[in-house]
Design a protein around this ligand. Structure first.
Ligand code: IDP
Ligand code: MG
Length: 192
């Protein structure tokens, strides 16, 4: 066999064994630091809600896609017509704002899709995925920066701190509506 071909085969084997090693490490690492233990903050959760304008403009799928693509885990999902009572609690810190009555009208104008997403640093990362509250200030590439133009119709809600996230999740979801689940590719695909 030509020397060149031998070298090529050896380097190919090298690449294969290196990637196998990496895959084995990844697999072990993922297992020992799985969703239920290990990486600090991996169980962090946040509330995200597609607001009535997002639902009516058929943006639910595109919004979910961004969270899945980023690698977060969906642990709760439901569509509901939010009541004034729920929203009054949800937006209790804003009830003195001049826009509060119109905010409640907007949020009750149609169904909302509420979700709980989980993962490392999910609260902060989600706020970055959403972009500035005012879409005019939101960067292109963010949800608000790509799909909206006015602060009164900004498509999507997300908790702004881990403490607020815990309160909002328990306000919008029963414990039984949230599901812990493991990823099927941890072992089945990379660990024959
Ligand atoms: P956030 O949704 O980015 O956390 P907040 O300040 O908590 O922003 O405000 C909650 C929601 O109230 C906003 O998403 C937006 O729908 C609405 N809002 C905030 N400021 C204004 C305003 O100046 N005019 C109209 N609506 C506003
Ligand atoms: Mg807020």
């Amino acid at each position: 066999m030509a020397v060149g071909a031998l070298c090529l085969m050896n380097s190919f084997r090298g690449v294969r064994s290196a990637s196998r090693l990496q895959i084995t490490w990844l697999c072990e690492h993922t297992r020992s630091h799985s969703i239920t233990s290990g990486i600090p903050g991996v169980k962090e959760r946040t509330l995200v809600a597609v607001k009535p304008d997002g639902v009516q403009r058929r943006l639910i799928g595109q919004i979910i896609k961004r969270f899945e693509q980023r690698g977060f885990r969906l642990v709760g999902l439901k569509m509901l017509q939010a009541s004034e009572e729920l929203l009054a609690q949800h937006y209790s810190s804003l009830h003195r704002k001049p826009f509060y009555p119109s905010l409640l009208r907007y949020m009750t104008s149609g169904p909302v899709v509420a979700m709980v997403w989980e993962g490392h640093n999910v609260v902060k990362s989600t706020r970055m995925l959403l972009g500035n509250t005012n879409p005019a200030e939101a960067s292109p590439g963010t949800i608000r920066g790509d799909f909206s133009i006015h602060i009164s119709r900004n498509i999507v809600h997300a908790s702004d701190s881990t403490e607020v996230a815990q309160k909002e999740i328990s306000l919008w979801f029963q414990r039984s509506e949230l599901i812990d689940w493991e990823c099927c590719d941890h072992g089945n695909i990379y660990h024959p």
